[in-house]
Design a protein around this ligand. Structure first.
Ligand code: SF4
Ligand code: SF4
Length: 301
């Protein structure tokens, strides 16, 4: 293939079964404009590579300090080690740490490099009707790279799935959509004011993008269910209405699990959201409400 755009890739997970039909490889890209306080992948927010610091593995040996070119960027007495306000992310400390206490997250890769990894499991895709999913972060944040990946995947006959929040300029969506077989589309809230209050951005762009693409590609709506935000009957009813009005037949409910907190600490951030898991009875009730509308419902993705 000819050279395409490079991407900043957070992770490549083989044998995923939650992100579209069959056995798939899911490529997670860095960069997302949303800051959902319950997000379990905060390492996907920043578009550039960064460092996870695993405090329990750190011996405070000082090898990282010895190579760091930025005075004050490493403080061996600080719990988080790195002063991220002045760190230039040169990653020299990562290479210097023999205890693997510093992990880089995000690598610059070409389409060909990602596809080499994806194609390792071709046999499984064809036998299971699986393929490639691109997720994030927000894959539309790197729309050119995402489009190029899907184009290349299709050249090999793979099923393609976009896992998106929908919060992106319409032109980014237009670049990617012609190469997509299935969209997993997040709807976090149908109520504009509540969406804005919690996420700091309105939901009109997300809903407009959804309405624009409905009918032109297969869509599954996915809704993260977050206690105190959208775990209520009115949201479920509106979600069901939205799906039915757009001819969407399947909805995935993704209950909040709160397992992302350690990653916030490793990135030197504070997770400002805490909640109990949603109880099973409530989830079953939501499922029944949606099924009563004739929708296929999956809990957990
Ligand atoms: S080199 Fe690694 S183990 Fe040593 S102080 Fe730095 S982070 Fe800790
Ligand atoms: S990434 Fe570079 S600047 Fe930042 S702490 Fe490590 S060595 Fe210092």
């Amino acid at each position: 293939m000819k050279d395409g755009p490079d991407g900043i890739v957070l992770d490549i997970q083989r044998f995923t079964t939650w992100a579209g039909p069959g056995i798939r490889t899911t490529v997670f890209l860095k960069g997302c404009a949303l800051r959902c306080p319950w997000c379990c992948n905060p390492e996907g927010w920043d578009p550039q590579p960064e460092i996870l610091f695993r405090e329990l593995k750190c011996s405070r040996c000082g090898d990282c300090l010895a190579v760091c070119p930025v005075p004050g960027a490493i403080d061996l007495s600080a719990p988080g080690l790195i002063n991220r306000k002045i760190c230039t992310r040169c990653l020299q400390c990562v290479d210097a740490c023999r205890y693997k206490a510093l992990l880089p997250v995000g690598s610059k890769l070409t389409v060909a490099e990602v596809m080499d990894e994806v194609l390792r499991d071709s046999l499984f895709y064809f036998n299971s009707k699986g393929g490639l999913t691109v997720s994030g972060g927000e894959p539309l944040f790197q729309a050119d790279f995402t489009a190029a990946l899907f184009q290349e995947a299709r050249r090999y006959g793979l099923h393609t799935c976009l896992d998106t929040s929908g919060y992106a300029p319409p032109e980014n969506l237009e670049k990617v959509l012609p190469h997509v077989d299935l969209v997993l589309y997040d709807v976090k809230h149908t109520n504009a004011a509540r969406h804005h209050r919690k996420l700091g951005v309105p939901n009109w762009l997300i809903l407009d993008n959804l309405r624009k693409i409905a009918g032109s590609v297969e869509i599954i709506l996915s809704a993260p269910l977050v206690p105190g935000f959208n775990d209520a009957g009115d949201f479920i009813q509106e979600l069901g209405q939205l799906a039915c009005s757009l001819g969407i037949r399947e909805v995935h409910l993704l209950p909040y699990h709160g397992m992302g907190e350690p990653k916030y600490r490793m990135l030197g951030r504070l997770m400002k959201f805490e909640a109990q898991a949603i109880d099973t009875g409530k989830l079953e009730n939501f499922q029944q409400q949606l099924e009563a509308r004739g929708l296929l419902v999956d809990i957990g993705g």
